[in-house]
Design a protein around this ligand. Structure first.
Ligand SMILES: C[S@@+](CC[C@H](N)C(=O)[O-])C[C@H]1O[C@@H](n2cnc3c(N)ncnc32)[C@H](O)[C@@H]1O
Length: 462
């Protein structure tokens, strides 16, 4: 009998201990101290192997650290113990969504909603993955449901605004999108993405003065914020910089990375990585895993799986730490760096056989310095491939557009490539994304550093 009493006491102490360790783990997790949090979650599981919260949150943490397969296993194990836990279903959905598995994500969000029909987060996420799967009627209904259930929350208005703008078929849809963005910002004054979206949409509606006023007011409230500064220039309210300021790029893309929903939405019909790598396939031939490849402006890593077959070594560089974190989670790179592109290229002379830059040089007006740096960073015979937004004019010029990105004419691109010493230039027009319901025209550009190297085909002259 005395044995069982001491067993009971030990058991009670273990339960008490594991609860307090779990609280500490969750505090560390919230404070972004992932090392401590992981260690503490594992301690909880040593004390109590089937503790569902520790399993669930350790899963979320593993995903944050790029170990998404392990993450799925932990959350699934948690759900075997507490099968009606809506947050765990929702978080499992988020892991699938961020790993590019929208159908699996959808099933998880539906289960979360079965457990808790008023789970607003799960409903918004469900709408997003329906939209990503091009099931637009169902997505519209889900966004509408979210607005009905949570009219005071900014997120539903913002997401509905993006939906209407992404799929706008007429000006009325854009007007409605602008109203949604305005309502989102009214409800949450920290939702600056809604404010930016409002400015861009007002400009698209040709309400130019109102768009400029949005940015001027914002700049008055936050004189150091690079976003309204850049966007005011983009609307013709100030001089355009030669390229988007580093602070603007960081602010913009760190914000994207944090809200992956919006990132996915913006990527609807986004084809730049695929189109660019297809074009490169035409000059590189069958992938042999033999090249040193740089993904320049890698973002969340969408190019990685397409470039991997060509790469002996695949590196990625991007100015936004938030985007690089997402690329790390997605995986596929041998190295990832947070750095400004031109400086990075300048400090890696002769390092690459292939430099690829999808939808990144659109944040550069003047391309000269970056292209000279890219040429020096390539080995002789190495290829550069990039996409741009196209200005369909005969002139030799570049302009900053109200979207905040630059457009270049073909003549401009040809001149700066030649000045940077590139040969074998191929420029093809293609639609690389849709915006406000319209295809955005782009250039797919390939150019080669003269000389003979790993990318030369058999029998090719030096
Ligand atoms: C639209 S995203 C494209 C990302 C990725 N290449 C893709 O196709 O999904 C543009 C990326 O360029 C990066 N970027 C813009 N200007 C940059 C610069 N000067 N140096 C490094 N990265 C830059 C941004 O941080 C962002 O991640």
């Amino acid at each position: 009998m005395s044995g069982s009493l001491s067993d009971n006491l030990t058991l009670r102490r273990a339960v008490r201990d594991h609860r307090s360790v779990l609280q500490q783990a969750m505090r560390a997790h919230r404070a972004d101290d992932l090392d401590t949090a992981e260690q503490l979650y594992r301690e909880v599981l040593d004390l109590h192997a089937a503790q569902p919260d520790a399993l669930h949150y350790l899963g979320v943490l593993c995903h944050q650290r790029g170990r998404s397969d392990e993450a799925v296993e932990f959350v699934r194990t948690a759900l075997k113990i507490t099968p009606r836990h809506p947050d765990a279903h929702n978080n499992l959905g988020n892991i699938h969504k961020e790993c590019g598995r929208p159908a699996e994500a959808e099933a998880c969000y539906r289960r979360a909603l079965e457990c808790a029909p008023d789970h607003h987060n799960a409903l918004g996420n469900l709408a997003v993955v329906l939209e990503v799967q091009s099931r637009l009627d169902e997505a519209f209904e889900a966004y509408g449901g979210l607005l009905q259930k949570a009219p005071d929350e900014a997120r539903g208005h913002y997401l509905m605004g993006l939906f209407l703008r992404n799929h706008a078929q007429n000006m009325e849809h854009l007007e409605q999108a602008a109203e949604c963005f305005g309502r989102a910002f009214e409800r949450d004054g920290r939702n600056l993405r809604a404010l930016e979206a409002l400015g861009v949409t007002l400009y698209a509606l040709k309400r130019h003065d109102e768009a400029r006023r949005v940015y001027r007011d914002w700049l008055e409230r936050e004189p150091d914020n690079p976003v309204p500064r850049h966007m005011l220039a983009a609307c013709g309210g100030a001089d355009a910089p030669p390229r988007a300021a580093d602070a603007y790029v960081r602010e913009l893309f760190d914000g994207f990375a944090d809200s992956f929903d919006e990132q996915l939405l913006k990527n609807l019909d986004y084809r730049a990585p695929q189109v660019l790598v297809d074009a490169l396939g035409g000059v590189l031939g069958v992938p042999a895993g033999a090249l040193d490849v740089l993904d320049a402006g890698c973002g969340t890593g969408l190019c990685a799986p397409l470039l991997r077959p060509y790469a002996r070594r695949l590196a990625g560089v991007d100015l936004s730490g938030g985007m690089v974190e997402k690329a790390r989670v997605r995986g596929g790179y041998d190295a990832l760096d947070v750095a400004e592109l031109t400086g990075y290229l300048q400090s890696h002379r002769g390092a690459w056989d292939l430099v690829v830059s999808a939808d990144t040089l659109v944040y550069f007006g003047e391309l000269q310095e970056a292209l000279v740096a890219a040429s020096a960073a390539l080995r002789p015979g190495g290829w550069l491939g990039f996409t741009l937004e196209a200005m369909d004019e005969d002139a030799d010029r570049v302009e900053l557009t109200p979207s905040g990105r630059y457009r270049h004419t073909r003549r401009y691109v040809e001149r700066v490539l030649a000045a940077a010493g590139f040969g074998d230039v191929r420029i093809v027009a293609d639609a690389l994304r849709r915006e406000a319901g319209q295809a955005v025209a782009g250039w797919v550009v390939l150019a080669r550093r003269p000389g003979r190297g790993a990318t030369s085909s058999e029998g090719e002259a030096a």
